[in-house]
Ligand binder design. Structure first.
Ligand SMILES: Cc1cc2nc3c(=O)[nH]c(=O)nc-3n(C[C@H](O)[C@H](O)[C@H](O)COP(=O)(O)OP(=O)(O)OC[C@H]3O[C@@H](n4cnc5c(N)ncnc54)[C@H](O)[C@@H]3O)c2cc1C
Length: 516
């Protein structure tokens, strides 16, 4: 990839800045239309918000309540397309809205019926009112005090970074050049003042390169404004950043295969408790932020709020000591006026073209990344006067596509790549060793990540190729030395590199640990 990026002398049709859901989606779309495409990500693919979602492929029940029917319909359609194009990663998950007052069942029952109807031919399972007994059967760990019944409905669930890595692979297969650890440090302009390229740094070596493009797409999520300011330092801000945090508990807190959805927490938000990778994921919050750190850390009040809310609905009350991992992400919401209530801001996406010709695409949701990308590439192609080419991603299988991936057991998330990982173990049985007793990951996955998925650091492997750091931070810390050794062998690095990697990982992992 580096060689391809360095050796190209002609301008690229499109340079994409940012390797999250939006940038990767744009790269897949642009490459499949035949445009010469370069994507540059400053850290690892998915380091930003795209690894920190609630892992739902959903229409967003909450937006229906806000009256945003078109957003919900669009997202429900994309939910269906994503399940069709990446069935190895997207699955149907039942959710129950528990009722503790007589009016809640009929009230939420009607809303969720509408939600189901809006999905039309892209529908998941039917929603219906269920009895107290059925609610308890499906959610054996729900707080039974005062429970009157519930409403069941269906939505999608996925693994955000596994999908992202598969999108990067898809774009590469379609001819795009994609680099992680390649930070855009400047935007170059022609004599007409229009952006016609970028300066970028190879973060691993410190080398600086330049690349020319017919159009530059800024897909940097919460960092959108800082990249825009490279071209126009005074441009008014587009993004209102808002932090959302999640807690991960062990499976005993929610032992069935059904999620809980609380439509109204005490601060007016939606809260979920979801079974995910054999654990219980609880979230999220909505805290307006002034700064946008690359490694956001959950605030103490966010942790307390989630514990308190979970305790209202779970029979076994979680405490700080039960938290296996906590992670936070920043929503790149499109700004509206001077208001401070980010929960009320639209989740629609925004495409903005500055006077410099820089095209920024932000907002939206993971679920709608494909549609956002289609919209972004349509506009970028017009702006750059690229030949008209139709978008083909509605029916494009994403790398790893496999209709029966569940047969691969713990490797199911690799889809069609799973047999190749098994083969690594067949060739060297030692690679079948589990990296930690509390998580299912084996050594072969580290080798695979280095050889086939552009993993460059211990954190890349433990946070985004596997999800160890997000599931159990202490287990991830225990895994780090072995992962460093395996990676060093694959990447040709020395002992000092390993020690440095472990130290860096330990520092990052601190933010995922909660002191009791
Ligand atoms: C708490 C929370 C929960 C969510 N839950 C869901 C959910 O369940 N379902 C759903 O559909 N959506 C969900 N979302 C929304 C979804 O995660 C985001 O809309 C999506 O991930 C945004 O992706 P992005 O690519 O725009 O931004 P990002 O993922 O942040 O990507 C931007 C990238 O740009 C890179 N970058 C920045 N500056 C530069 C530079 N100078 N050079 C090169 N690269 C640069 C960053 O490193 C980063 O990787 C959630 C969001 C949050 C915060």
């Amino acid at each position: 990839m580096l060689q391809q990026a360095r050796e190209r002398t002609e301008p690229w049709d499109m340079i994409i800045v940012g390797g999250g859901a939006t940038g990767a989606g744009v790269a897949v779309d642009a490459a499949t239309r035949g445009y010469a495409t370069l994507l540059l990500e400053q850290h690892d693919f998915g380091k930003g918000t795209s690894s920190r979602s609630t892992k739902l492929v959903h229409g967003g029940v909450r937006y229906l309540e806000q009256g945003n029917v078109s957003l919900v319909m669009e997202a429900l359609k994309e939910r269906g397309l994503l399940r069709q194009n990446a069935p190895h990663l997207v699955s149907e998950l039942p959710f129950i809205v528990p009722s503790y007052a007589w009016w809640e069942g009929p009230f939420y029952g009607i809303g969720l019926k509408v939600y189901q109807m809006l999905s039309g031919k892209y529908g998941f399972g039917p929603s219906q009112l269920i009895s107290k007994e059925e609610t308890l059967r499906r959610l054996p760990n729900i707080n039974p005090d005062g429970l009157t019944g519930g409403v069941i409905y269906y939505d999608g669930q996925f693994d955000d970074t596994r999908l992202l890595i598969n999108l990067i692979a898809t774009a590469a297969e379609q001819g795009a050049t994609l680099l992680n650890y390649a930070k855009v440090t400047g935007l170059r302009k022609g004599e007409d003042g229009i952006v016609n390229g970028v300066a970028w740094e190879n973060v691993e070596t410190g080398e600086i390169f330049t690349a020319c493009a017919k159009v530059v797409v800024n897909a940097t999520g919460p960092f959108t404004d800082s990249v825009r300011h490279l071209a126009e330092p005074d441009a008014p801000k587009l993004i209102a950043p808002s932090q959302g945090a999640h807690l991960v508990l062990d499976r005993s807190f929610l032992s069935g295969d059904t999620a809980i959805m609380v439509p109204h927490t005490s601060d007016g938000r939606v809260m979920f408790a979801i079974p995910w990778h054999g654990h219980t994921l609880v979230g999220t919050t909505d805290t307006p932020m002034k700064q946008v750190p690359l490694e956001p850390v959950a605030l103490d009040q966010e942790i307390e709020f989630m514990l308190e809310t979970a305790s209202l609905y779970l029979e076994k009350k979680p405490s700080r000591a039960d938290i296996l991992s906590v992670f936070a992400g920043i929503r790149p919401l499109a700004k509206s006026g001077q208001g401070t209530n980010t929960a009320a801001l639209s989740r629609d996406h925004t495409i903005h073209i500055d006077q410099s010709g820089l095209l920024s695409i932000a907002g939206g949701k993971w679920t709608t990344y494909r549609n956002m990308a289609q919209d972004g590439v349509d506009q970028a192609a017009t702006l750059a006067d690229l030949p008209d080419k139709p978008c083909v991603t509605r029916t494009l299988n994403i790398h790893g596509y496999h209709s029966n991936a569940a047969n691969f057991g713990p490797l199911s998330f690799y889809g069609s790549d799973a047999p190749a990982i098994r083969q690594l173990i067949d060739e060297d049985a030692a690679l079948g060793r589990q990296l930690d007793v509390q998580l299912p990951y084996v050594e072969a996955e580290v080798v695979w990540a280095a050889r086939e998925e552009m993993a460059r650091t211990v954190e890349d492997v433990l946070a985004r190729r596997t999800r160890a750091l997000f599931l159990n931070a202490k287990a991830a810390l225990r895994m780090a030395p072995r992962v460093a050794a395996l990676l060093a062998r694959e990447l040709g690095c020395d002992q000092k590199w390993q020690a440095d990697q472990i130290e860096k990982f330990n520092k990052t992992a601190e933010g995922y640990l909660v002191r009791a």
